[in-house]
Each structure stands twice: as C-alpha cells, then as structure tokens.
Design a protein. Structure first.
Length: 105
C-alpha cells in the first residue's frame, strides 16, 4: 500500500496531467469552427439534448447527459445499438443529438 505522501503525489500528477490535457484541448477548440456552431445549436435547442456513444465514449455521454439534466437541461442518453432497435422513436424534430466517438467515426 502506498504511503499517504505517495498517494498525494499521485493525485497531484493526475490533476496536472488532466490540466495539461484541458489546456491542449482549448487550443484545438479555438481552431475548430464547428465548436461555435455546436454551442449555438445546444443553446438554441428547444427539445432534448440526446447523447450517444459506444464503450468509454458511451460512459462519458451518459455522464454528460446526467450533468446536463441535473443543471436544468432536458437530456437523455440513447445507446446506438438500442437506437437501431426502436429507441430512435424517443427522438423528436426539436432535439439535438451529440454523438461521442473516440475514433471520430
């Protein structure tokens, strides 16, 4: 078992790594003209924000959906496979779909 000092150091390393990743991502967002359009669509959404993804992307999509719902935005998670078997009926014209993917496909 790690000592308390080793645990604190590990926690600091994790936070520093995550902080560096966020800083790197901020540069990519600034270059991506699609980010502003996506934000506009989310702000203008009159229906639900529907999140979807498979694997770890699906887990993250579920977390984002839960966070949106807990802060007052109507949001649901729809698993892509379940969507093919009837859950697409949960989507409405006014909804915005956010699909997360690790590979971009």
């Amino acid at each position: 078992m790690k000592s308390e000092q080793e645990q604190l150091q590990q926690g600091q390393r994790v936070l520093l790594a995550e902080g560096e990743a966020i800083i790197a991502l901020s540069g990519r967002i600034a270059e991506d003209s699609g980010f502003s359009r996506a934000a506009e669509m989310l702000f203008a959404c009159k229906g639900k924000v529907v999140l979807t993804g498979v694997g770890k992307a699906g887990v993250i999509a579920q977390k984002i959906s839960g966070t949106l719902a807990s802060t007052g935005t109507l949001s649901i998670f729809v698993h892509p496979v379940e969507a093919l078997h009837g859950d697409l009926g949960r989507l409405e014209r006014e909804d915005v779909v956010v699909a997360l993917s690790n590979s971009g496909a």
